[in-house]
Design a binder for this molecule. Sequence first.
Ligand code: ADP
Ligand code: BMX
Ligand code: ZN
Length: 291
Amino acid sequence: MTTLAIDIGGTKLAAALVDGDLQIHQRRELPTPASKTPDALRAALLALVAPLASQARQVAVASTGIIREGTLQAINPQNLGGLLHFPLVSTLTEITGLPALAVNDAQAAAWAEYHALGENIDDMVFITVSTGVGGGVVSDGVLRMGHEGLAGHLGHTLADPGGPRCGCGRVGCVEAIASGRGIAAAAQGDLAGCDAKAIFAHAANGHAQARELVQRSAQTLARLVADVKATTDCQRVVVGGSIGLAPGYLALVRACLALEPSVYRVVLSEAHYRHDAGLLGAALLAQGVKK
Ligand code: ADP
Ligand code: BMX
Ligand code: ZN
């Protein structure tokens, strides 16, 4: 059955048709609307899916935010401005006339990446380092969504009690330091106002402050991975998102993790499905595919 898969992130929206063999067709991308009002998101979703909807039988959405009964609720409203509550499933059903399912983006990506791992892996964790830092936990082969959809929100665990305030209201979250927004917010002097992509480009050219910002993100992520290993004793941690997949980033995380006591180390890999993990995970969940 062909699924119209949609990925809603703090920076970009993606959509594609996913067939029963998990092949992706007609992938499209749009920026997440800058105004981030419900009307702007609805209009952007309409433009995104218009060429695809008639070719699909169902809709599967992977979205940033806590997804509760088909509604998107931002844990970090700074990532999604005015979209504190957005009726995701009903909006897409109305736009497309198709049945729709919605799940958190990192939880969806975890499910796709779990399917890409070998038969011998039942416990894995996915972490996206992107606009925010998100996570998804698969334990004993089951995707954990938690009592109210919060499971796996690893970006909001504590990295540094003396760190910056996170958009979620806590102080010193991993996300406030390691994410694209966190990296950009800490930039000063000639890097002030740069986004994370530009800061990574400067770091690649040897810019000292840019390298320090990237290193601070990688160090924070490595400590999170050690905490994840201590919490879940997972067999693998898979990293995605545009920062997680940026050239050289995972090598920095691995180097930091190597300095932790061996009991907290775990094999780290880049997302097999790269930037499509969220799209494919949502499609797999909608298609009811088991490993
Ligand atoms: P989303 O959060 O919408 O899912 P991404 O995974 O693309 O989107 O993450 C967006 C963040 O990644 C932004 O902070 C952006 O500046 C940063 N980014 C995008 N491309 C790159 C790149 N090639 N290298 C480093 N950072 C990047
Ligand atoms: C935030 C939170 C998570 C999300 C993560 C990664 C919001 C709007 N989102 O921690 O639900 O999984 O960001 O999201 O509160 P992304 O936009 O970076 O892909
Ligand atoms: Zn937070």
